[in-house]
Ligand binder design. Structure first.
Ligand code: BES
Ligand code: MN
Ligand code: ZN
Length: 494
């Protein structure tokens, strides 16, 4: 599907389907919807609203055939809900739902949409265009490269605005929206691909080919030489050798240095503490954090943040085999701290530990890691919000706001030191797992051992949100690429 923007009136462009909107309770629509209503001699106001009782409730849609119009074949009227409740996150959601509905319709190739929100809702045309594109790309996403038959899809989706000034403002937002949508959807592709395709070597290969200032790939020997004993241990049960990936974007005179870390377990079988089949089914997704940071770096030269950005991925598989690490092993991370292995399925924190040590050596101003880290986070927050924790409340609050602006929900969880009690080891500095309760905080307190106190650091747990089994808000089921919008908003604001 190609997404375009044009400076033309909604009624003067050919469309198989024209999308307009209605706020709840409107009897006589204005703006673009009003213009269409006039062209159709009051069909929307007299028939759809009055006779059919369509009242513009949020998410409700009405499809009207207009066989006699010279340009328009069908009109879809989307309910925006109550005007007072409407905001840009709602706009993103409705646009996603519109395209999902359109995809189920037959004979719709060329879709035209009015620039929702820029009229009586009073939002900036730039924001509206950006959000419409985001929502349409999120809802329009599908991963069907392995399907032998695919349904004929929408060819073009054209956003139109007749007003010249509004249009030129909208154009700017439009191209931003394409970039954000592309970042989200590329991450979704990486997450959805099978683990046999997205191996550590493949991730490294993709990273090496990005348009960046430098990409360093460390192979097994290098990882050993850097004394990343925790990361090495996790990787040793797999036939796929590990890679440590360091991607760099260095603008002129950066004021800040930000390190992003994505958990990159390309498959988490649990290791010798093998997962049951149902839990293992989704574990190709255990590199969702890596996919998010890699996808951001893929577009970073186009996004042009003023901060210096480093992205790190400790990529490996967690597999059971004769060479696997074992319960009771003691491993030593890059900073010299020793860890007794209590459970080989608590592998993410081990790989992140060494990534955090590496990050620290870059002397960053900020470290943010994003990881499908704990089942406990999924138990606590379900698929509705991601968890956020760290050592710096200001950073956490800022990330929560960046998330909110992007339509991603982050919920702060506590860092009470008592949650670390069960990670105390008799023979090493700590264990990698302990009590069942409070697992998300325990994991984060574990990670804290590998971050210097003075470095602002936030950890985002996306175990419940990275991949969803039923739609939530703008996200259809499947990979969500959650974190992309939060982190983009963050790096663009620094
Ligand atoms: N990758 C999992 C966490 C996870 C679970 C992500 C469900 C997405 C959905 C992680 O490596 C893991 O296995 N965590 C264990 C830790 C435990 C052994 C301390 C968990 O949460 O059960
Ligand atoms: Mn695990
Ligand atoms: Zn894992």
């Amino acid at each position: 599907m190609e997404i375009k923007i044009k400076n033309i009136s909604v009624t003067e462009i050919k469309s198989d389907l024209l999308i307009v909107n209605l706020f709840e309770g409107t009897t006589l629509p204005g703006g673009a919807t009003g213009a269409v209503d006039k062209e159709l001699s009051g069909l929307i106001s007299d028939y759809v609203i009055k006779k059919e009782g369509f009242n513009g409730q949020f998410g409700k849609m009405y499809v009207l055939s207009v066989p006699n119009h010279k340009n328009i074949t069908k009109v879809l009227i989307a309910g925006l809900g109550k005007r007072d409740d409407f905001n840009l996150n709602k706009l993103r959601e409705i646009c996603s739902k519109i395209i999902q509905k359109v995809k189920t319709m037959d004979n719709v190739k060329n879709v035209v949409s009015m620039l929702h929100g820029a009229g009586c809702a009073g939002f900036e045309p730039e924001d509206c265009a950006r959000i419409i594109v985001e929502g349409t790309m999120i809802g329009g996403y599908s991963f069907d490269k392995y399907k032998s038959e695919t349904k004929e899809a929408v060819k073009t989706f054209t956003v139109v605005e007749v007003d010249k000034t509004k249009f030129s403002k909208a154009e700017e937002g439009f191209s931003k929206g394409l970039l954000i949508g592309d970042t989200i959807n590329y991450a979704k592709d990486l997450i959805t691909e099978p683990a046999e395709i997205i191996t550590p070597a493949k991730l490294a290969d993709i990273a090496s080919n990005l348009d960046l200032d430098e990409v360093k790939i460390y192979e097994k020997k290098d990882i050993q030489n850097m004394q990343m004993g925790a990361f090495m241990a996790v990787s040793q049960g797999s036939i796929h050798s590990p890679r440590f990936i360091h991607m760099e974007y260095i603008p002129k005179k950066p004021k800040k240095k930000i390190v992003l870390i994505g958990k990159g377990i390309t498959f988490d079988a649990g290791g010798l503490n093998l997962k049951p089949a149902t839990s293992m089914m989704t574990m190709k997704n255990d590199m969702s954090g890596a996919a998010v940071v890699l996808s951001i770096m893929r577009n970073i030269k186009k996004l042009k943040p003023t901060a210096e950005i480093h992205a790190l991925i400790a990529a490996c598989e967690n597999m059971p085999s004769g060479s696997s690490y074992k319960q009771g092993d003691v491993v030593v991370a890059m900073n010299g701290k020793s860890i007794e292995i209590d459970n080989t399925d608590a592998e993410g924190r081990l790989t992140l530990a060494d990534a955090l040590c590496y990050a620290q050596q870059l002397n960053p101003d900020v470290i943010i890691d994003i990881a499908t880290l704990t089942g406990a986070c999924m138990v606590a927050l379900g698929s509705v919000a991601s968890g956020i924790l760290g050592n710096h409340d200001e950073l956490i609050q800022k990330l929560i706001r960046c998330g909110k602006d992007g339509g991603e929900r982050l919920w702060q969880m506590p860092m009470y030191p008592e949650y670390f009690e069960s990670l105390k080891s008799d023979i090493a500095d700590m264990k990698n797992s302990g009590a069942r309760g409070g697992g998300t905080t325990a994991a984060t307190l574990f990670l804290k051992n590998f971050v210097k106190d003075g470095t602002p650091w936030a950890h985002i747990d996306i175990a419940g949100t990275a991949v969803i089994d039923k739609p939530i808000l703008e996200n259809p089921k499947g990979a969500t690429a959650v974190g992309v919008r939060t982190l983009l908003n963050y790096i663009m604001s620094e």
